[in-house]
Design a protein around this ligand. Structure first.
Ligand SMILES: [Zn+2]
Length: 497
């Protein structure tokens, strides 16, 4: 069997001013053809699982590209055509393709296509015809569409947030693809949605409605009632028609197909009714900067660190990663023993690398949009560490894959060790500190920029975890002006009974 695989992943924050062009795609997590096995074989990643499955089932893999850009603004047409084109062209010219196992995000917005994944899958389907099984893994924050459900045979969303099950979901997809290619099953997927921009506690699976829908779906899968049940929470920083949570159900239509599809649709509708009823459920609480600074001051010597996450400048949600408001609050309050990740500021890193180890004055952060979480800060301190930003991530989400945050440094200002990076990215791995000579467990306070993913690696070292709202780009703001492309009526913009 010849299987087309690859990654093309982007979570698009349509409110970001940073366009996602080829230069952005190439900056982090971009690999072609022959580079791919060396990077992913033997890792606990989706492609790592795909290589293992290929060995087990004797597949010949065709892998034209693996591209995973950090969340940012709308993807340019050029970048979509170039990367998507690599996949479509491989389907057309490196065949015959017996099956497809793709790892996509599901919330990619392209300048000319609100539904980037739906467009890609439609093009692949047009090349491969209606019978070739196309199995797709998705991020739990996918804004899944009818077009995606129509053109993929199966959609399999992650079931954990932090996302620590990419490897398991890829294996689930591989097993299903093998069954489909050998003719044992014929998967088709249906989708249900409700008029809502967000829900399912933004995807937190530890308790609440997300946990309930995952448990119900897994029981159906185990009983063999459905092939896949996937609940996706959606990604709400997207002004697009189809934004919001969804449930997709994949059924076997090799027998009475119409009955199987009707049963799948009924399950998806029932689950989305529950999602709608539970729309107000929220398990997280955001503190003001003053409240968070106060908490950072009350540590005792010898305590484990307080971990403070800037929820609204989360680079994992398209935040610029250069908001300074919380850092400014810590400096003004004279808080010390703080490790701060990070300010993404290529200009300041370059100036720091030129200056070298020792005393320095740098202007850091707040340059992308000073209205989003604080403008530039000019600070005098000491540069204590310089690196190229590369390290292997061994944390729960890292999978043993090499990461590259670009030239990086540590800038010590008073008692605060500030990490400056070139390639934007949220803090999800302790290696983002330790590779820069910072041992986070030795600090009273550890600051990260992240909504939820940081918990996998940082909760185990924390005495407590708090979230802070610094007014940056990922603030939970919902107004009709911001969401003027969304279908209406829609909650929470409209009153819906
Ligand atoms: Zn996600």
């Amino acid at each position: 069997m010849r299987v087309l695989t690859g990654r093309f992943m982007h979570e698009t924050n349509t409110f970001s001013v940073q366009k996602t062009d080829m230069a952005v795609w190439r900056r982090r997590g971009f690999h072609r053809d022959n580079e791919i096995p060396a990077v992913f074989r033997g890792t606990r990643s989706a492609l790592g699982a795909t290589f293992e499955a290929a060995d087990k089932y004797g597949w010949t893999l065709v892998h034209p590209v693996s591209a995973n850009a950090n969340p940012s603004g709308i993807v340019t047409d050029d970048a979509f055509e170039e990367i998507g084109g690599m996949m479509v062209s491989a389907a057309a010219h490196q065949g015959p393709i017996d099956g497809v196992l793709l790892h996509l995000h599901g919330a990619m917005v392209v300048a000319s296509f609100e539904d980037g994944e739906g467009e890609l899958l439609a093009r692949l389907r047009a090349v491969l015809g209606p019978e070739v099984p196309i199995v797709v893994t998705l991020d739990l924050h996918a804004n899944v569409t009818q077009q995606m459900a129509d053109h993929a045979s199966a959609l399999i969303g992650f079931r954990t947030y932090p996302h620590v099950d990419m490897y398991e979901r890829a294996w689930q997809g591989a097993e299903l693809l093998q069954r489909a290619m050998t003719g044992e099953v014929k998967p088709r997927t249906v989708i249900a949605q409700r008029p809502m921009i967000y829900g399912l506690d933004r995807g937190r699976h530890q308790a609440g409605p997300m946990a309930e829908l995952i448990a119900r779906g897994e029981a159906l899968e185990a009983a063999g009632d459905v092939l896949v049940s996937s609940a996706c929470a959606g990604f709400s920083r997207a002004n697009i028609h189809d934004v919001g949570p969804s449930v997709t159900v994949t059924v076997d239509v090799s027998g009475d197909g119409a009955a199987a599809l009707a049963r799948g649709q009924a399950i998806a509708e029932e689950y989305m009714d529950y999602c709608w009823q539970q729309r107000d459920y929220e398990s997280f609480k955001l503190l003001s900067i003053a409240e968070a600074v106060a908490r950072a001051r009350d540590g005792e010597p010898g305590d484990k660190p307080l971990v403070v996450a800037d929820y609204t400048d989360n680079p994992g949600g398209g935040g610029y990663g250069d908001a300074t408001a919380f850092l400014k609050g810590l400096i003004e309050a004279g808080v010390d023993s703080v490790a701060f990740h990070a300010i993404c500021d290529p200009e300041a890193v370059e100036a720091g690398h030129r200056a070298g180890i020792g005393p320095a004055t740098l202007t850091i952060g707040g340059k992308t949009d000073p209205a989003m979480g604080g403008g530039p800060l000019t600070l005098t301190g000491e540069i204590t560490h310089l690196t190229d930003g590369r390290f292997v991530a061994y944390g729960p989400m890292g999978g043993g894959v090499t990461q590259n945050y670009g030239p990086s440094l540590v800038f010590r200002v008073g008692g605060i060790d500030i990490v400056l990076i070139t390639n934007n990215g949220q803090a999800i791995d302790l290696g983002q500190f330790t590779s820069l000579g910072i041992e986070p467990t030795r600090y009273a306070t550890v600051c990260v920029k992240s909504m939820q993913h940081f918990r996998a690696a940082f909760e185990p070292i924390a005495r407590a975890v708090i979230l802070v709202d610094t007014g940056a780009l990922c603030s939970e703001t919902y107004t009709p002006e911001l969401f003027d492309k969304v279908r209406r009526p829609v909650w929470p913009l409209d009153r819906i009974e």
